[in-house]
Design a binder for this molecule. Structure first.
Ligand SMILES: [Zn+2]
Ligand SMILES: [Zn+2]
Length: 168
């Protein structure tokens, strides 16, 4: 979402409204997601608050993420309000760490919006709080089935061999 801010750049108090679909740079996402659906929409405004442009708005939509324990696909929605300060590279700003610097009179909003979404999402999602996860040995979904891994039973035919090894 590329926005032309030339109309607000020079006039303090001037504001434009911005809305549209958000495109994601897939390379910043991990294998477990989140995988954003194409319904993610931003709606907000860019206002000149004196040498600084204030980007303010709301972004919401749907994403798919894998349960951190059992890897089941979960569909989640989000709704985030955020504010970001933007400064033109030709303007003199004392505290460059608190603002995002842009060149020229156009701002690419997708990356800015994406990073605001990612800092607001949880790092882990679970299908339920008591998800039992996958067996680390055989990979069985323990919510669905009980595998025999980790049950420390010794086959009676092997017991003799075990004693032999211990006595050694
Ligand atoms: Zn799960
Ligand atoms: Zn198992």
């Amino acid at each position: 979402m590329l926005v032309d801010v030339s109309s607000v750049l020079k006039v303090e108090g001037e504001s434009i409204s911005v809305s549209g679909k958000v495109c994601f740079s897939q390379d910043s996402l991990s294998k477990a997601g989140p995988f954003f659906h194409d319904d993610v929409v931003f709606s907000g405004s860019i206002t000149n608050i004196g040498n600084v442009l204030e980007l303010k708005g709301n972004v919401g939509g749907t994403f798919t993420v894998l349960c951190a324990r059992c890897m089941k696909e979960l569909e989640k929605t989000f709704d985030i309000d955020f504010t970001e300060l933007l400064v033109n590279s030709t303007d003199d700003v004392s505290d460059k760490d608190a603002v995002l610097v842009f060149e020229g009179h156009e701002i690419e909003l997708d990356d800015i919006i994406e990073s605001n979404i990612l800092v607001n999402l949880s790092l882990k999602y679970l299908c339920s709080d008591d998800c039992k996860g996958l067996c680390p040995a055989c990979g069985a979904d323990r919510n669905v089935t009980d595998c025999d891994c980790g049950k420390d039973e010794i086959d009676p035919r092997m017991a003799g061999l075990k004693n032999l090894l211990i006595d050694e």
